[in-house]
Design a binder for this molecule. Structure first.
Ligand SMILES: Cc1cc2nc3c(=O)[nH]c(=O)nc-3n(C[C@H](O)[C@H](O)[C@H](O)COP(=O)(O)O)c2cc1C
Length: 443
């Protein structure tokens, strides 16, 4: 389908922003912030590259709302002035490029590392309940009600820091992939017996309180949430997720009908990878979320190609988030629009420090480079010749000029491609990435 006719490439409003298309950059943790959880120059360059198509919605990598909510090194935070300043530079650049940017708000709970929490301020290792769940080996301490209230406050402060101080267009509350709020939602991890455990009503209480606090802090149109009802990542996937997640979405519709969007992860994906086949998979679908949420905004994520993104956006009206494709293609929007070949993301460098596998994925060669190659004859001169010659001469002159100019274009293209190929050959890429990049250039 052409770029002009597919819903994927049509403008849409989300919260307070107008986007030029429905291709969204999914949140992608890269562990390249400083030891103080501050984003710097390299991170700035990475986001600048990915904000390059005006009117794109970027959702940042998950960002700690407080030191107490952490437990991983080198993921970003949004609680110190230095962290806010680091993000502000990125936000300003995304805006200067004409794109919009939401911050994903993160608390790890039992997914965090006990020793990192201890090292970075002596914070306790807590979760919803005290179950040991794969891949973790130690039982967390269930959060006290006071801690739940304290974390609710952290969500509010973090969203104010993000929107009022750093200038983000909005914030997305991370309730997916087995982190703290998902641990409260699902029975796999929530074995509490107080007002935050047991019934559906009780399990959705803290996630809703966190969302309420964010909405009160920055306004409903700047708030959003992300869920992954079907994911098995980090020990999740309750037997029947539909009642819990239906109740959550239903309540959000009642209390915050103007929320920016709900972001759902498709059943085919687990965390950062495609899911193994599981029994009953065919019955799994996020259509129950769409049925409750109606024609409000939904972002769908998980395993989308160009073709399936076009199909899904056309069928559901959803925005489509791309994760791994955005890691490998800084110019993903252009590549999807123009149906250009995609670089393939390298798993080995998802989380490694430095620019390799981060800011060194190549942009597709600019078509403009070829179109601005100077012609032999200026256009005005060519047309003045044709005006004073017979029709047949006119045609043959035009054909001659065209073939000369085509030859020059081809030769200019070849020189540009030679430069690109030699740059790729010399680049600090792995052999696999070099092959992909060379294939893309040849295509
Ligand atoms: C390296 C990597 C880091 C990720 N980090 C996050 C994250 O910070 N927050 C989140 O909600 N999902 C995260 N995800 C999941 C993605 O947002 C997305 O849902 C997943 O990659 C599936 O989409 P895709 O098939 O287009 O890659 C991550 C995925 C990858 C590959």
């Amino acid at each position: 389908m052409s770029a002009s006719t597919s819903a994927l490439f049509q403008p849409i409003t989300v919260g307070d922003v107008t986007l030029q298309h429905r291709i969204v950059m999914a949140p992608l943790t890269r562990f390249r912030a400083s030891d103080e959880h501050v984003m710097g120059e390299l991170n700035h360059e990475y986001y600048e590259q990915r904000a390059s198509a005006p009117g794109t919605l970027i959702i940042t990598e998950a960002t700690f709302i407080a030191a107490e909510a952490g437990g991983y090194k080198n993921a970003p935070g949004i609680w110190t002035e230095e962290q806010i300043a680091g993000w502000k530079k990125i936000v300003d650049t995304a805006h200067a490029k004409g794109s919009s940017i939401y911050l994903q708000l993160w608390a790890l709970g039992a997914a965090g590392k006990k020793e990192v929490l201890a090292e970075e301020g002596g914070h306790p290792y807590t979760g919803a309940g005290d179950k040991v769940f794969e891949p973790f080996t130690e039982p967390p301490r269930p959060m006290t009600v006071e801690e739940i209230h304290q974390f609710t406050e952290f969500y509010a402060t973090a969203s104010r820091n993000a929107v009022e101080k750093a200038g983000f267009d909005g914030v997305e509350v991370h309730m997916a992939n087995g982190y703290l709020l998902d641990q409260f939602l699902q029975t796999n991890t929530n074995n509490r017996t107080d007002a935050y455990g047991g019934s559906v009503e009780n399990r959705i209480r803290f996630p809703l309180a966190a969302l309420d606090a964010v909405v009160a802090a920055v306004g409903v149109k700047r708030a959003a949430l992300r869920i992954s009802p079907w994911s098995e990542f980090q020990g999740m996937r309750m037997d029947d997720p539909i009642p819990t997640f239906s109740a959550l979405v239903q309540r959000v519709r009642e209390t915050h009908p103007d929320l920016s969007y709900i972001h759902v992860i498709e059943p085919r994906v687990d965390g950062n990878d495609v899911r193994e086949h599981v029994e009953g998979e065919a019955d799994e679908s996020n259509d129950f979320v769409r049925a409750i949420w109606g024609d409000r905004r939904i972002i769908s994520a998980g395993g989308f190609s160009r073709a399936s993104g076009i199909e899904a956006a056309g069928k559901t009206g959803d925005l489509i988030a791309y994760g791994r494709s955005f890691i490998a293609n800084p110019d993903l929007v252009r590549r999807l629009k123009e149906d250009l070949p995609l670089n393939v993301a390298e798993r080995a460098t998802y989380y490694t420090p430095g620019p390799v596998g981060y800011t060194d994925y190549p942009f597709a060669p600019a078509a403009a480079t070829f179109e601005t190659v100077p012609e032999d004859e200026p256009a005005s001169h060519a047309s003045s010749i044709s005006e004073h010659t017979a029709v047949s001469e006119d045609h043959s002159m035009k054909a001659k000029t065209r073939s000369q100019s085509q030859r020059r274009r081809r030769s200019a293209m070849k020189s540009v491609l030679d430069v690109v190929v030699s740059l790729i050959r010399e680049a600090p890429f792995s052999p696999a990435r070099k092959t992909h990049a060379l294939q893309a250039v040849k295509a």
